[in-house]
Design a binder for this molecule. Sequence first.
Ligand SMILES: [Fe+2]
Ligand SMILES: [Fe+2]
Length: 230
Amino acid sequence: MTKSTYNELINDSLVHQSVTERLEDFGGKNRIELDNELISLILDLYNDDQDFPYQKIRKFSMGDILAYLQATHRYYLTKKLPEIEQSLLHIFSKYGQTHELLAELCLFFNEYKNDLVEHVKMEEREFFPYIKKLMKASAGEYTKAEIAELLNSASISQFTEHHDSIEDELKEVSQIIHRYSPVERPPMPYRVFLNQVEFFELELRKHAIIEDHVLVPMAVELEAQLRASL
Ligand SMILES: [Fe+2]
Ligand SMILES: [Fe+2]
């Protein structure tokens, strides 16, 4: 992504809206309350992840970080993906079968969606529950035998080994579109679609940074403490 597109995407109010929106429950009842300082640190991360002060964000509880990540998962699956699909449908209704790249684009996006849903589900099914158990163990809710069993059953390193950068695959969308129109600018609906996809790619990248550089180190520390306590 060029610097100027990046700046266009990092429109502060857009990012702010996107980050606060995910904390809303769409029925409006279960709003997730997060510390304002944590929210503003997350917003900073969207602006700059090079010199980001990870230590500052690590002072928040793992419970808060998990709540944020889970709200983000829900937001991706129930809001962002459907929005992007809607754009694709719009393009389809406009150009129907006349554009060859549409079939390729739809095929790619469907496969991508399946991969992303699987990625998120694995985290919700295995990664996060294991971390929640580590938290319970460290809060004194488990016996030593139970802690030993928990630490034998899984490990953070198992998850990190398989934690792939799912956002990288999204670059393919821009390649498909540009392959189709290498010289002229793609028609407007494609550019809108591409913008949405590029913003989503950025979203996923920031999300993965919080998982890999905030949540994982905290969980590894907790694991080590629990292991030492046996
Ligand atoms: Fe995730
Ligand atoms: Fe992830």
